[in-house]
Design a protein around this ligand. Structure first.
Ligand code: NAD
Ligand code: UDP
Ligand code: UDP
Length: 348
């Protein structure tokens, strides 16, 4: 410990607070499964910026090469097209395990194949493989779980100690139960194999690079308003969600990985909105004349959701910084480019 203090004192001694080259923190080799996806690609940006080497494993099921193409040619970046349900041998220091078909469209429109072959299966077998890998090479393992483990919650806001209210045989259970099992496996490896693990329970997140047609509410509303289509509000629109901007989430994930606590930790923005309020924010941001069209809601839709983030605040020193009305415009300009192409953006 004394040695550490000496190094820190020496580092502080240099003008500008810059750590001299010889005293820099060792660059890590980090695996990001699902790194070509929405959240994963933003995480990859930050890890590379920090000076780490990043290896992405992604089957490009919902991810896109475009999300990481700006790193092609960077010697610290590598991508392997691979499905995590197949075993793989790699050597890394840390594993951020994000790979998972996260879009609701898939389970709503193609339940049997999607549920069995992709959602539950990826969450269970994919997570098992990544845990087996972490165990073999003694890497630190972070699981991106979800607020859906709370189901249709009977406690509000949701605290990490709440065990949830999940329908095990409903249309959403492939996702909810898949992630609950992934959490179980992660803790089993922690207890049984002494693996260093971290669990994040992520609440609804939005931002640039989100899949345009993946059926989530923020991407739907933004794409609909830009295309001059009506905003589709499911049910009466009084159900609530809490929306977090992607850079806040990425900071939380990195703090969790580097910190000393296993979790689970809620990572979300406590700002709570009904779907009608969200529609209003989208109207104010994109098109005040955008119409609203009510549609039948899906089965087992959680009535409300809002994270209690006291634990992350206290133990990780983390809290989100970007409110919905600030984050949404950043996503809108990205969607505009992707929907209309660069040329029309100038005109828009
Ligand atoms: P995403 O669909 O953009 O990213 C998931 C990535 O995983 C994609 O690139 C996809 O191609 C890849 N993938 C899927 N199955 C795979 C497989 N079998 N093998 C290899 N790669 C595979 O979704 P996202 O929003 O970026 O989600 C990332 C993680 O965060 C997921 O685990 C998701 O469950 C979790 N999460 C996200 C949110 C959110 O609001 N975005 C909320 C809660 C939890
Ligand atoms: N695994 C992997 N890469 C590795 C080590 C393990 O993909 O480097 C997979 C392995 O194929 C197995 C899973 O992880 O399906 C769990 O591995 P573990 O060693 O924990 O269990 P076992 O193989 O003994 O059942
Ligand atoms: N929703 C909506 N219109 C849409 C898509 C979703 O009103 O076009 C609703 C959906 O019924 C749910 C909420 O928005 O109540 C959030 O849905 P999403 O699929 O984005 O996230 P999750 O249900 O997983 O929190």
């Amino acid at each position: 410990a004394r040695g550490h203090r000496d190094v820190a004192a020496a580092a502080r001694h240099f003008v500008g607070g810059k750590v001299p080259l010889g005293l820099k923190r060792k660059a890590l080799r980090v695996l990001v499964t699902g790194g070509a996806g929405f959240v994963g690609s933003h995480l990859v940006d930050r890890l590379l910026e920090r000076g780490d080497s990043v290896l992405v494993v992604d089957n490009l099921f919902t991810g896109r090469k475009d999300n990481v193409v700006h790193h092609f040619g960077n010697p610290n970046f590598e991508m392997i097209r691979h499905d995590v349900v197949e075993p793989i041998l790699l050597e890394v220091d840390q594993i951020y395990h994000l790979a998972c078909p996260a879009s609701p469209v898939h389970y709503k429109y193609n339940p049997v194949k999607t549920i069995i072959s992709f959602r539950s299966f990826t969450n269970v077998v994919g997570t098992l493989n990544m845990l087996g890998l972490a165990k073999r090479i003694n890497a630190k393992f972070l699981l991106t779980s979800t607020s859906e483990v709370y189901g249709d919650p009977l406690q509000h806001p949701q605290v990490e100690t709440y065990w949830g209210n999940v329908n095990p045989i409903g249309v959403r259970s492939c996702y909810d139960e898949g992630k609950r099992t992934a959490e179980t496996l992660t803790m089993d490896y922690h207890r049984g194999a002494n693996l260093e693990v971290r669990i994040a329970r992520i609440f609804n997140t939005y931002g640039p690079r989100m899949c345009i047609d993946d059926g989530r509410v923020v991407s739907n509303f933004v794409a609909q308003a830009l295309r001059k289509e009506p905003l589709t509000v499911y049910g009466d629109g009084k159900q609530t969600r809490s929306f977090q901007y992607v850079s806040d989430l990425v900071e939380g994930l990195m703090k969790l990985m580097e910190g000393e606590h296993v979790g689970p930790f809620n990572l979300g923005n406590p700002g709570e909105f009904t779907m009608l309020e969200l529609a209003k924010v989208v109207q104010d941001t994109i098109d005040p004349n955008a119409r609203i069209e009510f549609r039948q809601n899906t089965q087992d839709d959680p009535h409300k959701r809002k994270p209690d983030i006291s634990r992350a605040k206290e133990l990780l020193g983390w809290e989100p910084k970007i409110p919905l009305r600030e984050g949404l415009p950043l996503m809108v300009s990205d969607f505009r480019k992707r929907i209309f192409g660069d040329q029309d953006t100038a005109a828009a």
